[in-house]
Design a protein. Structure first.
Length: 597
């Protein structure tokens, strides 16, 4: 179907272009609308506050601030601009990835006959499916966004290298220039997961290039290596300058990561969580996926005896199940709805792997048509999983953000399958996945944005000073922030040192203050908070002439009070508490006494 240039198949391609373009437009418009609405005081507050003081807050679990921080500063510390930057980067990265994949696909035997209409159809479908990354992450970009985008661009560079080898018998210089900065960005975003991603991509890329044969000349290889070496040198120098010197930026980051690895996200705890949540999803897929897949296989057998209607009904299960699960679970709330969104798309992948890939592998038409294609398939299937590692989220919850890579696998299946029935299943599944991505990113973005109000409820201007001043939030949230500003009336807060316990960095961002020590004070890891306070004072007074303002939504713990005293902060003598209503749990602001500077 997709490989023919006939008028009928091209009309189907145009239909797919129209649907995918509509889905793409839906979530792009939703993201633009939400760029000025809603704000999450926890995770998003952490990102915005760290970007606001990117050059002076080296204690961080990630180096993402050195990427987005300068951009945030360039656009006047405008949160709306930061969210538009995220949108442009997501669309642009997926467009580059789609272009690289389609270009590579056309170098294969089955993809060579793709018409221009089908190239555009598959390309736009891949880009449209990328909107699912808006389903669970904060509105402003963070380290998970950066890790995802860098990973997809790495794969795009590898595909471009394979195209160069097949077409020009030489390694192109473009990927050589792009790979080093992508490596730096990946390591800065999530260094632990970055190492795994780099090893995974390098291993499979080497296999694909080796299978394609050493067809490049010594001159071409030398040109590639020289370009890569030059780009690597510039990337390292640029990172050193942006971070204010590796010697001053990396040690604090390593100390924070050691604290996180010791308690919050220890390797053993992460592996146990990955295993338990993965097992739950596997059981769900077995129940909802394998049983219908067996029915599908039986129906195919029956179809040879004439029962084509049964075969068609069974074949429609894969795409229908995706839409069905999405419709049933998207109206839910909390983690249950999130898991169902991601599971619905993962179910699509599992069904196709069980019902179609095995069928085609038996005929040796899926992977072995061109040497090295198997490595590319493994790369596309595995990339979403490996880039999701390194955080306290289930693997599938972040893996689905790279759903575009799996859409590319479905496109590859569509070009390799000759029989009408399985080909129909693949086409409908691609379309269903794109539609689910649109529901999750478009409808979900305006109705259930990450830890903030829906679009229709965010009607009140935050006001005040700082990056959040021109955002619209709910009247309740705006009232809370106004109450905080009233409690601090007469106190200059711009640039003022502050500490926000627990996990309320957005309060500091709303006042244009800066955090003492690490920007994030964890609610679940008090040891990390104590270490942050102690380390902040290890080399003298970290806040200059003004004592920090301290926010607590609970009673201060004894070990925290002891750590504060090592910083010459005595809450019982040098501060007076001011309760602020409207918060749950209740918020107390500890303000330095007037005699304090």
């Amino acid at each position: 179907m997709s490989g023919s240039g006939s008028g009928r198949t091209d009309r189907l391609a145009i239909l797919l272009i129209a649907i995918s373009s509509a889905v793409l437009a839906v979530w792009v418009v939703a993201a633009v609308l939400m760029s000025n609405h809603g704000f999450d005081l926890t995770d998003e507050g952490y990102y915005v506050l760290s970007y606001r003081w990117w050059h002076s807050t080296p204690r961080a679990v990630s180096g993402v601030q050195y990427i987005y921080g300068p951009l945030f500063q360039l656009f006047g510390y405008d949160v709306r601009a930061l969210r538009i930057i995220r949108l442009v980067s997501i669309v642009g990265t997926h467009a580059v990835f789609a272009w690289a994949f389609i270009t590579w696909l056309r170098t294969t035997e089955q993809g060579a006959s793709l018409s221009r209409a089908w190239c555009w159809a598959w390309g736009i479908a891949i880009v449209a499916s990328g909107g699912i990354s808006y389903g669970r992450l904060p509105l402003s970009p963070g380290y998970n966004d950066l890790s995802l985008l860098a990973s997809l661009l790495l794969v795009a560079a590898v595909l471009r290298m394979l195209v160069g080898v097949r077409r020009r018998e030489a390694l192109p210089v473009g990927p050589a220039l792009a790979l080093p900065p992508l490596v730096v960005v990946l390591l800065l975003s999530k260094w632990a997961a970055g190492i795994v991603v780099l090893g995974f991509v390098a291993l499979l890329a080497a296999g694909a290039l080796r299978a394609a044969g050493p067809r490049w000349s010594l001159t071409g290889r030398s040109r590639f290596l020289v370009a890569a070496a030059g780009s690597a040198a510039l990337s390292v120098i640029g990172a050193d300058v942006a971070m204010g010197g590796f010697a001053s930026a990396i040690p604090p980051m390593l100390r924070v990561n050691r604290l996180v690895a010791a308690r919050t996200n220890s390797p053993t705890q992460l592996l146990a969580m990955y295993a338990s949540t993965g097992l739950e999803l596997l059981l769900l897929v077995v129940l909802l996926g394998c049983a219908p897949a067996l029915l599908l296989g039986a129906a195919w057998r029956l179809s040879r005896l004439g029962a084509r209607r049964a075969a068609r009904l069974a074949a429609l299960w894969a795409p229908a199940s995706i839409v069905l699960v999405a419709v049933l679970y998207l109206p839910g709330d909390g983690l249950r709805a999130d898991v169902a969104r991601y599971m619905s798309c993962l179910l699509c992948l599992a069904l196709l792997i069980v019902a179609i890939a095995a069928y085609e592998l038996r005929r040796h038409r899926l992977l072995h048509a061109v040497p090295g294609d198997g490595f590319v398939v493994l790369l596309l299937v595995g990339l979403p999983l490996v880039q999701a590692l390194g955080t306290g989220n289930p693997v599938f919850a972040l893996a689905i953000d790279a759903y575009a890579a799996w859409t590319a696998v479905f496109v590859l299946l569509a070009t390799r399958i000759g029989d009408l029935l399985p080909r129909l299943v693949v086409h409908l599944s691609i379309l269903s996945g794109v539609v689910v991505a649109g529901l999750t990113s478009g409808w979900g973005l305006v109705e259930r944005p990450y830890r903030t109000e829906p679009l229709g409820s965010a009607t009140t201007l935050v006001g005040g000073r700082g990056p959040l001043a021109r955002l619209l939030v709910s009247p309740t949230e705006a009232g809370r922030l106004v109450a905080v500003r009233r409690a601090l009336a007469g106190i200059a807060t711009a640039g003022r040192p502050m500490m926000a316990f627990d996990e309320l960095p957005g309060l500091i961002a709303s006042l244009d203050g800066r955090s003492v020590g690490e920007t994030w004070y964890s609610a679940t890891d008090r040891t990390r908070s104590v270490a942050n306070i102690t380390d902040a004072c290890a080399h003298g007074n970290p806040w200059g002439s003004r004592q920090p303002i301290i926010f607590y939504n609970r009673r201060p713990a004894a070990d925290e009070l002891t750590a504060l005293r090592t910083c010459r902060i005595d809450l019982s003598h040098d501060y007076h508490p001011v309760p602020v209503g409207g918060f749950e749990p209740a918020l107390t602001i500890y303000i330095p006494d007037p005699r304090q500077p």
